[in-house]
Design a protein around this ligand. Structure first.
Ligand SMILES: [Zn+2]
Length: 313
């Protein structure tokens, strides 16, 4: 039974923090979930309950021991932290006060652009340094609108980013590697182009490798053989070749699983580890890994555009 008084998840980790590695805590608060809830790959809303401000404050208090000593705290909601219908202002204020009192250096939250408003940002930044994550997914309005059903434009993203920067906040831009409907090669090209387009509006880019979540339109497509999650080699390619002036990080969630980004099964573990190392070091040398399946992946890139959208391997 999902309780409105306990968060979805909480864990300690290490993250890139202004060019060095710092202790971090990630909390996923249980809220009513994303108000949009129409993106083809997203099943997060199923984690939702009707949580009140008091419930959310109780969730946050229950994990305070895990925040102790962390410089960076990421508070996610499977939706938008800045949507007041999801996280009521009373809960937001209480969380901000606690984080400031615990000497947390930076708060990372996520929000759709439509909830990013000046007053909310000014309030947060009066307590501590903040980074706002925005799920741009792709810089192409066609890909974002028709393949993902995201419901906002690149212009909405740049407007939100400009506002955040003008108030002294930071922007973390999420890109989705391999939305459905793109071949492996097209997906790499879309991610590279998106990284370049988003760079002037971002302080850091997080490349998210598409997973097949339960009870989503993407899952139905995958069950019919119409979708294959991205190869880890494709992520390596984007991270290696993007050549940006800002950091590009990637946490290959679900790597090696059939529903997650995967290679041949033998190399998934160490290729995912290489991607995680690169995310902390930003050193391309960390991506020098190989496997015999790399040549299969190269063939897929060559041939898939001839298979009318059907994944080959
Ligand atoms: Zn392999």
């Amino acid at each position: 039974m999902k309780s409105a008084r306990s968060p979805v998840a909480v864990w300690r980790g290490r993250d890139l923090f202004d060019g060095r590695v710092a202790e971090s805590t990630t909390v996923i608060l249980r809220t009513r979930g994303c108000r949009w809830n129409r993106c083809v790959m997203c099943g997060y809303a199923q984690e939702g309950v009707d949580a009140s401000a008091e419930d959310i404050i109780a969730q946050f208090r229950s994990i305070l021991d895990k925040v102790e000593g962390a410089e960076l705290v990421k508070i996610y909601t499977s939706g938008s932290f800045l949507d007041p219908a999801e996280v009521p202002e009373a809960a937001r204020l209480e969380i901000l006060r606690s984080l400031r009192d615990m000497d947390v250096r930076r708060l990372v939250i996520e929000s759709r652009p439509e909830y990013i408003d000046r007053l909310a940002l000014e309030q947060i930044l009066s307590f501590l340094d903040a980074e706002i994550g925005i799920g741009l997914e792709s810089s192409s309005d066609l890909v974002r609108t028709y393949l993902i059903n995201k419901g906002f434009t690149f212009f909405d993203f740049t407007g939100a980013s400009d506002m955040i920067h003008s108030l002294g906040g930071r922007v973390k831009t999420y890109l989705l590697l391999k939305p459905p409907g793109l071949s492996e090669m097209e997906a790499i090209a879309d991610a590279m182009r998106s990284a370049r387009d988003a760079e002037p509006y971002s302080d850091i880019i997080s490349l998210n490798l598409c997973n097949v979540q339960r009870n989503t339109p993407l899952e139905r497509m995958w069950q019919r053989g119409g979708y294959r999650p991205p190869w880890l080699w494709s992520a390596v390619e984007v991270l290696r070749e993007a050549s940006l002036k800002i950091p590009v990080i990637c946490d290959p969630v679900g790597a090696g699983a059939r529903r997650g980004p995967h290679n041949c099964g033998t190399c998934d573990g160490y290729v995912a580890a290489a991607i995680r190392s690169f995310s902390l070091s930003q050193s391309r040398a960390d991506l020098n890994v190989d496997c015999s399946c790399r040549s299969v992946w190269r063939k897929v890139l060559e041939l898939e555009d001839l298979s009318f959208g059907v994944p080959l391997v």
